[in-house]
Design a protein around this ligand. Structure first.
Ligand SMILES: Cc1cc2nc3c(=O)[nH]c(=O)nc-3n(C[C@H](O)[C@H](O)[C@H](O)COP(=O)(O)O)c2cc1C
Length: 241
């Protein structure tokens, strides 16, 4: 299986998204998948111009000459796309959204009804593949991801690909903090790896595994307390400068 993972965090491999994405991709490799990873921070991908040149002038190709030209064929070849992003105002990061918008090049002007809704046709090479989401967010509740999951599911319906699940890590900075303190979160990282193995072998991840990836690391009270302490430390540092 060919997997193309896109990390949309501006922090790339050093960010909180990568804390879950990296073991997940390792797990897929363990299970024999051929995995490539790109970070949007290393790519020059402009926003979609909305000109529909990729439908009308040069079907399947964007009129803009940037890194999307090289990425489109790569995406066509991949059986599975991994969209990884920090949660930004309940959605994906801007750079990942730009990349998703530029995939309009996979659609064509003619329309049909699919699953009860009008949709544009999709290139044969693209449809039928799989999409998985990996995300982390700053806030405490896993429910913060609901709009993003709905958006990626909607995207999958447009490109006629199967949404095969989401690894969601709420209070993502807390994961980094507890790792730094040396506290035990091996189960979370191991579950991310196991999710990769399951997905590569069975095409699915069990709910138990996803629940461990997103498990509560601290109580809501502890989370609020630590945020408010951080804010106080910051305030006094700024005052003394
Ligand atoms: C522009 C912006 C918007 C954000 N919006 C949300 C949000 O809606 N909900 C949330 O829980 N965290 C939000 N965050 C926090 C990030 O999701 C969080 O810091 C995450 O751990 C960053 O991951 P990264 O290190 O991979 O970039 C936002 C951060 C930024 C910079």
């Amino acid at each position: 299986m060919n997997v193309l993972a896109i990390n949309g965090s501006p922090h790339g491999g050093k960010g909180n998204t990568a804390l879950i994405l990296d073991p997940f991709l390792e797990g897929m490799r363990d299970a024999g998948a051929d995995v490539e990873l790109v970070c949007t921070r290393d790519l020059d991908i402009n926003p979609c111009l909305g000109c529909f040149g990729c439908w009308i002038k040069t079907p399947g190709q964007c009129v803009q000459q940037d890194d999307m030209a090289g990425l489109l064929p790569w995406l066509r070849e991949a059986d599975m796309w991994v969209f990884a992003s920090p949660l930004y105002f309940d959605g994906p990061s801007g750079s990942l959204k730009n990349l998703m918008d530029r995939m309009t090049a996979f659609l064509r002007l003619p329309a049909e009804v699919r699953s009860g809704r009008s949709r544009h046709l999709v290139e044969d090479e693209v449809k039928g593949g799989k999409v998985v989401l990996v995300s982390n967010c700053g806030l405490w509740e896993i429910g913060n991801f609901e709009p993003l999951v709905a958006q990626v599911k909607g995207f999958c319906r447009h490109v006629d690909r199967e949404f095969v699940g989401a690894l969601l890590r709420p209070h993502g900075q807390t994961l980094r903090d507890v790792l730094r303190r040396g506290e035990l979160v091996d189960d979370v990282l191991e579950a991310a790896r196991e999710a990769g193995r399951q997905l590569a072998r069975e095409g699915r991840v069990s709910k138990e595994t996803l629940d461990i990836v997103g498990r509560e690391l601290v109580s809501l009270e502890e989370y609020l307390e630590s945020m408010n302490q951080k804010a106080k430390r910051l305030e006094s540092r700024l005052d003394s400068e």
